[in-house]
Design a protein around this ligand. Structure first.
Ligand code: MN
Length: 722
């Protein structure tokens, strides 16, 4: 079978640890025959027996869920399963204010409704105290969960969790809804495939790795979602997602946020009703309400983000930010946004009740948040979570101590950890990036955590054009040609701020993902750029504005700069010193150096770095060795320059640029170099006065260009570079 696979696909599969034919087949074509027996989950038999008894003796059962998308879909799934057995079931979804996990209120409600059994989904594994309470209330508790168990398990009729060290279940990464699905399969005694839409949504929303059974369920679930239930149909409609083109990614950024929005700022049972309703009108009404709540959540998130950004000190290795009024429901999302922007572990804290502060943190790979928090535990009341996401509670008077302790942990980490890395699956010639490859890659879908969409890199491209696109010009579109002349284009979303880093002629390296898209009935491949790098051997900058910000963007590759103020005829050599450039008297033309050539402000003696420079030339930057010949004025340019100067005898630098440099498409600095060449050859003599260049013809004799040191230096430099 492998022989029929696209060689690039095979390479990626191998790199991802799938080497045997069977492994590859199982991964690419997941099948229900690969499912594990639900009874391999410890406690399953007891749970099934108790629930069957409940069915036979017509007992009422309370399902205790959670307010996030995993907990909600798990609760909906369990409700459907129990209902189909004829069990009268109720669902309790705690609100975020109640706190996370099994709640006393849920148990009380169960008692009130006359339930005798409580089944938890996506929670309960650490609820020892609450489980004891259930016992005293005379409730039989069945815990189904997927969170990391503590050292003591809650007393219950059954505790089902693949992560239990004593549990022999082969796949440990099921989401809460995946565990609930397993219970449903065991209970019903048959595959409950109709429920896989819920499993897919909960699994992706909970960022469970999309491998093993999760991959199977998400892939099959996505198929079901193409002809969605009333609830999902309404949700997709308000989110603007077409069911037939639904991908795992849509669940993460379109469906899950709307399901979660209610729990963050309103009634958490709203999305549950959406998932269970059989009335399309009602579904749409709830979906619209959730959409409004989601917008409200986004607005609050944006406000908190702006406030948090103002508190960030980018020179710190981790951020611990706090403000009393931040809503607890969004601090985690905002922390995630900051991690995305700065690539630093980030904790946001807000005021809770009774002098306590609650926080949520997000981290980067290699920085285990829970381990870091455990080292600050003397300053904390409680904390918990995973390596990349965690929650914490502390006393107000401990805020400063905690901040210092946490930053101290971060400061011990090596600098390299805080540099974002894009892991490249394969290097690719852009000519290989065709629709066949894109089609082959679709076999790897659904993509998500644990199974990322392949990222490629291509180098040796030459940038031919750039453009800002999108409603507000927020996206960057780059066009290129390869060394073999293959042209192409890619888009980088929300990268408008990098527009100025690029100019036609740049040597370009790109990292990207490929997708197949239909455009006017034609299938074509599109490049979604993740990042790009422009050739760094040297730079030629001709910018009307030469500001610190511009230099900052060129860092850290830019080590030196070469200015050529035309009115001084004395090249300026600048060396990086820290974040700024310092002027050095000596000039070294070194092709290995990274250089800037730029026009200084007219009339100034030295280029004042950091100050705005105004000049009429186009705002262009060149980089890459292939541009070097431009530095050398060719004979045509020299002749034109000579005529211009000799005829005018007196001209302004603006005239010089407009009449000579621009029409001939010669870079201004090159034209400036020409002035130097004439002087060195003794043909013309220039003097400068208040922005005017005065020119005197010295000689009309033919001269050998090799007599000009500037010409020779530039020619040698260009040769070295090219
Ligand atoms: Mn979960």
């Amino acid at each position: 079978m492998n022989n029929h696979l696209h060689p690039v696909l095979t390479r990626i599969l191998h790199q991802r640890g799938l080497t045997t034919e069977q492994e590859i087949e199982r991964f690419l074509f997941p099948d229900f025959s690969h499912e594990h027996d639900p009874y391999l989950l410890q406690g399953m038999a007891s749970a099934v027996a108790r629930l069957r008894l409940a069915s036979e003796s017509q007992e009422k059962v309370m399902i205790h869920g959670d307010y996030d998308a995993d907990g909600l879909t798990a609760a909906a799934l369990m409700f459907k399963a129990l209902s189909s057995m004829g069990i009268r079931a109720y669902v309790y979804i705690p609100s975020r204010d109640d706190g996370y996990g099994l709640q006393r209120e849920g148990l009380m409600l169960a008692k009130e409704k006359g339930c005798t059994v409580v089944v938890t989904v996506d929670c309960g594994i650490t609820a020892v105290k609450e489980a004891e309470e259930a016992l005293t209330l005379g409730l039989d508790l069945i815990i189904t969960d997927h969170h990391v168990p503590g050292s003591v398990l809650p007393p219950a009729v059954a505790v089902i969790n693949p992560r239990l060290s004593t549990c022999a279940y082969p796949f440990k990464e099921l989401a809460g809804v995946g565990v609930a699905y397993k219970v449903a399969v065991a209970l019903l005694g048959e595959p409950a495939r109709d429920f896989l839409d819920l499993v897919a949504v909960g699994t992706v929303a909970d960022v469970a790795p999309l491998v093993g059974e999760n991959r199977l369920y998400v892939q099959k679930g996505l198929e079901i979602l193409k002809t969605p239930s009333f609830g999902f149909s309404a949700l997709m409609r308000v989110a603007g997602v077409q069911p037939e083109s639904l991908r795992a990614g849509h669940i993460g950024f379109a469906l899950a946020p709307r399901l979660n929005a209610a729990g963050r700022i309103a009634d958490a049972s709203l999305p549950l009703r959406l998932l269970l309703t059989r009335e399309p009108d009602k579904a749409l009404a709830i979906a619209e309400k959730l959409d409004t709540l989601n917008r409200e959540r986004q607005r609050i998130e944006q406000e908190v983000l702006i406030e948090a950004l103002a508190l960030v000190n980018p020179s710190e290795k981790a951020f611990v930010l706090s403000a009393p009024m931040w809503p607890h429901g969004v601090v985690g999302i905002v922390a995630a946004r900051l991690v995305e922007k700065f690539y630093r572990p980030c904790i946001l804290l807000c005021q809770g009740e009774q002098g306590e502060w609650r926080g949520s943190g997000r981290s980067i790979p290699g920085f285990d948040l829970v381990a870091a928090l455990s080292r600050c535990s003397t300053t904390l009341i409680k904390y918990g979570g995973h390596s990349l996401a965690a929650g914490l509670t502390l006393k107000e008077e401990q805020l400063t101590d905690f901040r210092h302790a946490f930053l101290a942990v971060a400061n011990e980490m090596p600098d390299a950890l805080f540099t974002r890395r894009i892991s490249i699956d394969a290097e690719l010639d852009v000519a290989e990036a065709n629709t066949e490859l894109a089609a082959a890659l679709e076999l790897l879908a659904p993509f998500g955590v644990g199974n990322p969409e392949p990222i490629f890199s291509s180098g040796q491209l030459t940038l031919t054009d750039k453009r800002l696109v999108g409603k507000a010009g927020e996206h960057l579109r780059i066009m290129w040609a390869s060394a073999q002349g293959v042209t192409g284009a890619g888009i980088m979303f929300r990268a408008a701020e990098r527009f100025d880093d690029l100019a036609a002629g740049n040597r370009l390296d790109i990292t990207f993902r490929l997708s197949r898209e239909e455009f006017r009935g034609q299938v074509q491949v599109s490049f979604h750029l993740r990042d790009f790098k422009v050739g760094a051997e040297w730079w030629l900058v001709m910018s009307p504005v030469l500001s610190d910000a511009r230099f900052a963007r060129l860092t850290p590759e830019l080590k030196s700069a070469f200015f050529q103020p035309p009115h001084l005829f004395t090249p300026m050599y600048l060396r990086r010193k820290g974040a700024r450039f310092e002027l050095r008297p000596e000039l070294t033309l070194d092709a290995a150096d990274t250089c800037i050539l730029a026009a200084p402000p007219i009339g100034s003696e030295t280029p004042p770095l950091g100050a705005a420079c105004s000049f009429v030339d186009q705002d262009v930057m060149y980089s890459g060795k292939e541009q070097l010949p431009m530095l050398v004025p060719d004979r045509r340019a020299l002749l034109a320059m000579y005529r211009f100067a000799a005829n005018r005898l007196s001209f302004s630098l603006t005239d010089f640029a407009e009449e000579f440099s621009l029409p001939l498409a010669v870079a201004y600095s090159v034209a400036a170099a020409a002035l130097r060449v004439f002087t060195e050859l003794g043909l013309l003599e220039f003097s400068f006065n208040e922005g005017l260049v005065r020119c005197a013809v010295k000689s009309l004799a033919k001269q050998d260009l090799s007599q000009s040191a500037t010409f020779m230096a530039l020619a040698a430099w260009s040769k070295q570079g090219g």
